[in-house]
Design a protein around this ligand. Structure first.
Ligand code: PXG
Length: 288
């Protein structure tokens, strides 16, 4: 039996879960989304994800057709229907069916879609050996264009960056902003450890403010590690003691090489591994 997909209050078999070709989500990438983890039957940081979804919707002037509680309830309902306790949730809200023109006000029926699935985890060697990154030419969206703080359904800019790193034979890309400061990777936030401090680019650098990023800042402070938001250049990355990425799917992934320079001693660092252990402890104990 296949997995059921939620669309606007109904559950459909995957092959019957369909959206119109006139939906502006397809025609223009007009919509917002979230990627969420479920650990031991508990939706991790549920409130934060729902708050970010509502903020993204507000930013694109999309009126949410459901309340926050209804969205949380719909996610639980879909997980239960699929018997999933450790899963990945893709929650989308599209602008809905409109005309072939851009006008979003012609679209009156936003589609709320909840896909729940088992998670394709990154290979364990990424965590043991660490990742290599390369800086790519495509810059992160300028905040006065589609602000990266909006988790919009239009990821083409990041996809171009992904193509560039893959063409260079490297799995993940460092994206800079228009000023040349480090922003983030294609689907993950970036951190460095330097002289015992944890540093990550601030929101104004043009990033998605990751939920995992927030959890890692909290964990660092709990561990007595000073955690700061700071503008960084590529130089700061190259001379860092440690580097890692954070994201819902990735959790915490060590980075050991950037633009063909080893980071620190070229192995996952102790602070990175400590934070990963704390993170895994937090998720397995499912205290949120
Ligand atoms: N930056 C960007 C641009 C993202 O898309 C993150 C940071 C991390 O945020 P969270 O809240 O997850 O800690 C994301 C995460 C994937 C994938 O397959 C990741 C994301 C979206 C779609 C796919 O890795 N978003």
């Amino acid at each position: 039996m296949g997995l059921k997909v939620y669309i606007n209050g109904e559950l459909y078999e995957t092959e019957d879960a369909r959206i119109s070709v006139y939906d502006h989500g397809l025609l223009y990438g007009d919509g917002v989304f979230e990627g969420i983890r479920v650990y031991n039957g508990k939706i991790f940081r549920c409130k934060e994800h729902i708050d970010r979804l509502f903020a993204s919707a507000r930013a694109i002037a999309l009126e949410m057709p459901m309340t926050r509680d209804e969205v949380a309830e719909a996610m639980r309902h879909t997980l239960d229907a699929n018997g999933l306790t450790d899963a990945y949730i893709r929650l989308l809200v599209t602008r809905g069916i409109g005309t072939l023109g851009l006008d979003p006000y012609e679209c009156t029926n936003p589609q709320v879609i909840i896909i729940t699935d088992s998670l394709a985890l990154y290979p364990p060697e990424y965590y043991e050996k660490g990742l290599e990154l390369v800086t790519v030419p495509t810059v992160r969206n300028h905040p006065n264009a589609v602000n990266p703080r909006i988790k919009s359904m239009n990821y083409l800019n990041n996809i171009l960056a992904k193509i560039e790193c893959l063409q260079a034979g490297v799995t993940e890309a460092v994206m800079l902003n228009k000023e040349g400061y480090v922003a983030e990777c294609t689907g993950d936030n970036i951190f460095i450890v330097k002289d015992g401090k944890l540093l990550t680019p601030p929101a104004h650098a043009g990033i998605l403010e990751g939920i995992t990023r927030g959890v890692v800042m909290e964990l660092a402070r709990e561990a007595g590690i000073e955690a700061l938001e700071k503008d960084m250049t590529r130089f700061d990355l190259y001379v860092a003691d440690e580097c890692f990425l954070t994201g819902t799917a990735a959790e915490i992934i060590p980075v050991v090489r950037i633009d063909s320079r080893d980071i620190g001693d070229g192995k996952p660092g102790p602070t990175t591994l400590k934070l990963l252990e704390m993170f895994r402890d937090r998720t397995t104990n499912a205290t949120g």
